[in-house]
Every structure is written in C-alpha cells, then in structure tokens.
Design a protein around this ligand. Structure first.
Ligand code: OSB
Ligand code: MG
Length: 379
C-alpha cells in the first residue's frame, strides 16, 4: 500500500510574548517565579493550517542556559529562515534541518518543531496524541510543589493538593530545606500516592550524608540532585543509593539518554519536550527507554494551556508509566489561555483529547491579544 504524503510548507511565523501571573509563587533551588513571561508561536502553512505552540524557556537562565529572550533572538535571526518556504514531508525533517546549522537552543527549536507536529496531525485529520501513536486515553497527573517557608507550611499546602486527587507529590528541595520537609511529609502521604523530590542540581557528592538520609524514605525517585549537565557523577551516586535517580536537566538528547542508561547514572527519565528540542527527540528517548525497561514521565515548565496540550499528547505514549508534572490549569493560572481549560478528575487523571484534530483545545486569541507585551511577524 502506498500513502500519499502531502508536504507542508511554513509561510509565516508570529512570535508573541505574554505575561501571565501564577496563582502562587514557585520556588526552586535556583530562584523563584511569581509571574511568567511566556513566548508563544503561531505558525501558518501554505494550505491555510495555523497552529499555536510554546517555547518553554524561562525568563532567567537558572534552569537551562536558554531564556525567552535568547529564544526570540535565535528564532527571528536564524531558525525562521531555515524553515520558511521549505516543503517538509515529515515533522522529523524539521528537527533535522534545524540541527544542521544551529547548535543548542533546543527550547527555541522545540517551539517551532512541536507546532509542525501539530500541523501534520491536523493535516492528517487526527489528534496530536493519535498522530504520534499515543495509547492512553487519560494520563496520571502529579503536582510539583515549590520550596515552602517551613515543613508545616509544606504539609498544609500538600494536604490541599491531596484532597484535589493528585497521585504524585513532588517537592522541590535544596540544602537546609530537605530532610525535615521530607520527614514531615512522609508522615501524611496516604497509600496510593507517591512522593518524590527534585533538587534542580543543588547538591554535590560532598553532601553524601544528606543524600543517604533521603535514601531511607522510600521515595519514588530523586530528580537531578547533582550538576545540571552531569551524567558521570550521577553514576557514582546511583551506585550507592537504592532510590532511583531521575535525570531532568542532563538529558538533552537521545544520546545523553543512552549515556545515562549505559552508565546506570539514573533509572528514570523526565522527558520535557522543550529541553530536548521537540517531539522527534522526545519520542526517540521514549522508545530507547522503553527498550531498556526505563520508565519515563513528562516534566513541566509551568507552561500555559498551549504548551500543556503538547505535554498531554506526549504523555499518552505507552512508556509514560509514571504520573507527570502535568497539573490542571487551575494549579497555575486564574484563567488559562485555552478553552476548555485543562482539568483533573477526582481520581487524579487528565483526559487526553483524541477526537479533535490537533491540540484538542481552542486557543483564546482575544485573551492572548490582551496579554501580549511584544510581537513580531516573520515571513
Ligand atoms: O525542574 O522540573 C523542574 C519548573 C520550572 C523549571 C524546572 C522545573 C519545574 C517544575 C514545574 O518542576 C513542573 C510544572 O510545570 O508543574
Ligand atoms: Mg526537574
């Protein structure tokens, strides 16, 4: 059987910077976010398809070297010219051409590449989840809780999340705000809910005493305890811990995932499509991990409802077997920029839209217009 492939040609890219306030501040070991500057992308193709997507870089380079300002520059100055007016027969091709001449800047690349995946899904008349062969009709939701002022404040915050139905609680930790917090929480976490920590590289091997203490709490995993670009030292840690180490920041490509797996530097991978350059690499990492019995889950970057729709579709792949940092809209925003907003059921799951072609939510363009503080059209 032969299938006809209709190429898609990108004709226009519009960038938007919007400002959206979080419902509560979010503190990680390297900084606090209270309001987000979000970079949105609107791409128009030759056959009239338009899609929204999101660059997941933050305002500050405290998670990765990229920021929304570096992304804006790289897209307008380099990436747009590579993609505009070039017929693409597969979305993977976008990944290939973007990498031929530009190194790094994966979040900027992903912002364009993921929109191209959605455009191909729309052209095929299927949801993004179906287009990438997602098998889950709903995904398990988790919540990532920022560093709080005291263990008591954390316990109170988490009690509220538990009543909402979250099945995974992840807390941010840093030296001095770790053992006491985990200890207090471990006493109130009910059966059926998993607890994990994320250090965002706040520790070194000198902190082995604390890391070994954390190892006694039966945590689901310890995420990125050591340096943000390290794989080698994480191996030394994983060899002495029974708790699985999960890598986030360090996994920037399928090759890095292979390095982690072969060195046994970690036993779980957090896949964030922005961090790895988009869906092509996310799917490749998912498949590689699956072949090695390494579970993966989908991380988050405090995305708007637009970025969230890509995370939901990605997390519908079969090896996303652990709850993601994919929380409903109301965990982040008073009002999200998509309709319907992302909601979580009482059992802690989010439904994967499968019947509408593309993202499965409508983008509230009037609201985006109101929130826009900068825009640029490239064609
Ligand atoms: O390390 O997973 C992280 C947010 C910003 C930067 C880094 C991280 C996070 C989160 C948020 O944990 C997860 C979410 O989007 O809910
Ligand atoms: Mg993380």
């Amino acid at each position: 059987m032969t299938t006809t492939i209709t190429p898609l040609t990108l004709k226009q890219i519009e960038l938007r910077e919007i400002k959206l306030d979080l419902v509560e501040p979010f503190q990680i070991s390297s900084g606090t976010t209270t309001s987000r500057r979000i970079l949105l992308v609107n791409q128009t193709f030759d056959n009239g398809i338009t899609v929204w997507s999101e660059v997941t870089a933050g305002e500050m380079p405290n998670y990765s070297p990229e920021t929304i300002d570096t992304s804006w520059l790289i897209i307008t100055k380099y990436l747009a010219n590579i993609l505009l007016n070039r017929p693409l027969t597969t979305p993977q091709q976008a990944h290939v051409v973007l990498n031929q001449t530009v190194k790094g800047h994966k979040m900027a690349k992903a912002g364009l590449e993921m929109g191209i995946w959605a455009a191909f899904a729309i052209q095929a008349g299927v949801s993004l989840s179906r287009y990438i062969n997602g098998t889950r009709s709903s995904i398990l939701s988790g919540v990532s809780v920022g560093i709080q002022d005291s263990p008591t404040a954390l316990v109170n915050r988490v009690k509220d999340y538990l009543t909402q139905g979250y099945k995974k609680i992840k807390i941010k930790i840093k030296p001095g705000k770790d053992i006491e917090y985990v200890d207090a929480l471990s006493r109130i976490i009910p059966d059926g809910v998993q607890l994990m920590v994320d250090a965002n590289n706040a520790y070194t091997l000198q902190d082995m005493d604390v890391l070994k203490q954390l190892d006694t709490y039966n945590l689901l995993m310890i995420e990125q305890p050591l340096a943000w670009d390290d794989i080698y030292l994480h191996r030394k840690l994983q060899q002495v811990l029974k708790t699985p180490v999960c890598l986030d920041e360090s996994i920037t490509s399928v090759e890095k995932a292979q390095e982690m797996i072969e060195l046994d530097s970690g036993r779980i991978i957090n896949i964030k499509p922005g961090r790895v350059g988009g869906f092509s690499q996310s799917i490749a990492i998912h498949d590689l991990a699956q072949a090695h019995n390494i579970p993966v889950w989908c991380g988050g970057m405090l995305e708007s409802g637009i970025g969230r729709s890509y995370n939901v579709a990605l997390a519908s792949l079969s090896n996303f077997s652990l709850p993601g940092d994919i929380s409903p809209s109301n965990r982040y925003w008073k009002q999200d920029i998509v309709t319907p907003e992302w909601t979580m059921k009482a059992d802690g799951t989010i439904e994967v839209p499968t019947s509408i072609p593309g993202l499965g939510v409508e983008v509230n363009e009037a609201m985006i217009d109101d929130l826009t503080i900068r825009k640029e059209l490239i064609q």
